[in-house]
Ligand binder design. Structure first.
Ligand SMILES: NC(=O)c1ccc[n+]([C@@H]2O[C@H](COP(=O)([O-])OP(=O)(O)OC[C@H]3O[C@@H](n4cnc5c(N)ncnc54)[C@H](OP(=O)(O)O)[C@@H]3O)[C@@H](O)[C@H]2O)c1
Length: 339
């Protein structure tokens, strides 16, 4: 079935990739399903939920067939790929089954509970020659291209360090992020962005220097924390802070010997958001208002391209190194209980 997908139709345009959604998640209705509908190369075929009523609510709004149960979605022959916005604790079970059923997988972050689990899923994707990609959509936003260009031109001189924060105030107590078995906790959630950005700017060889993690004693999940990551090769380091019990922050700062770049709303800008990047230099602060961008659509385009070009392993090294560092953060963090 996958091979059929890759063949061209009698006209010049390739066939659409038929996609199903596994779970009526908030992120799905707010961002990813609208982006799927707005992507010419994708066709939304069905939306599955644990309950038919919920699936129908979503299909009434977005179209496609309502399906009760995720396995029924995976059993369909008219679906080439699935979007999986389930809690991380459910990923391995459903992703392995999706791959077994011959579906490409686009999964919400974080991919895996730990690096061993990530490796199992990536091995299976490779064996089946299917794409498995994680939704770190922020990397596709043009504001970061602007930042990389400033670095390349040496605007802030030699890069010395990175600081990045992603945190928000407490969530609804029933949110899966407070459930250990479902992969709750700030490490696989808010921290995942800060770890991802640190690796993006400083390299994949980062290790955990120190990490201080605040845990909820009853729920046994990490509520907030901070860490220093460093590269044993370049000596460069990052300072990251993250959590679910904080004043809202979503930014990074790159500090060089000549200046500093501050990117606000770095990880979650909605498609209509106009970002601002500030660059501090000895001669003064410059502020750049950049165009809005839809990183959700752009990452979906990358997913489609990987499928069409059969680039199954293109993102695997990145996914593994992300999972490796998150696992190290979990294992090396010094835990302090706050409740
Ligand atoms: N890339 C991004 O920008 C971004 C932003 C937010 C979240 N995320 C990620 O997206 C995923 C979903 O986050 P969300 O905030 O959208 O969560 P959410 O609204 O709670 O959705 C999670 C969905 O998982 C399904 N589910 C299956 N078993 C479940 C269980 N035992 N408990 C709770 N839900 C269960 C539910 O769908 P049914 O009831 O329909 O079966 C539920 O709607 C997470 O992995 C999160 O990290 C990514």
């Amino acid at each position: 079935m996958t091979k059929k997908l890759l063949t061209m139709s009698s006209s010049t345009s390739p066939k659409k990739i038929r996609i199903g959604v596994m779970g009526c998640a908030s992120v799905a209705h707010r961002y990813m399903i609208p982006a799927i509908l707005d992507t010419q190369d994708l066709e939304l075929v069905a939306i599955a939920s644990r309950t038919l009523l919920k699936a129908k609510e979503y299909t009434d709004r977005f179209g496609g067939d309502a399906v009760e149960g995720y396995e029924n979605l995976l059993n369909r022959q008219d679906i080439d790929a699935v979007y999986v916005p389930l809690p991380t604790g459910l990923h391995e079970q459903w992703i392995l089954l999706a791959l077994q059923r011959g579906k490409h997988v686009f999964v919400e972050k974080s991919l895996a509970m730990n690096v061993t689990s990530a490796q199992r899923m990536l091995d299976s994707a490779m064996e089946k020659r299917l794409v498995l990609m994680e939704d770190f959509m922020y990397r596709y936003h043009s504001q970061h291209r602007f930042v990389f260009e400033q670095l390349r031109q040496g605007v802030i001189g030699e890069l010395r360090t990175l600081r990045t924060y992603f945190a928000f105030p407490p969530l609804d107590p029933h949110n899966f992020r407070y459930n250990k078995e479902l992969g709750g906790g700030a490490i696989l959630d808010a921290a995942a962005y800060t770890v991802n950005a640190s690796r993006w700017f400083l390299g994949n060889d980062l290790e955990v220097g120190f990490a201080s993690l605040f845990y909820d004693r009853k729920k046994e999940v990490c509520i907030s924390g901070s860490a220093q990551l460093y590269s044993p090769v370049t000596g460069l380091s990052a300072f990251i802070s993250f959590g679910f019990d904080n004043y809202y922050q979503c930014n990074y700062e790159l500090w060089g010997n000549r200046g500093i770049i501050h990117c606000d709303r770095s990880f979650t800008p909605p498609p209509d958001f106009t970002p601002t990047v500030r660059i501090g230099l000895p001669e003064g602060m410059q502020e750049y208002t950049l165009p809005a961008d839809n990183h959700f659509k752009k990452i979906l385009k990358e997913f489609v391209d990987c499928i069409r070009q059969r680039q199954y392993a293109k993102h695997h090294e990145d996914l593994l190194s992300q999972s490796r560092l998150l696992t190290a953060l979990q294992e090396k963090g010094r835990i302090q209980y706050i409740q």
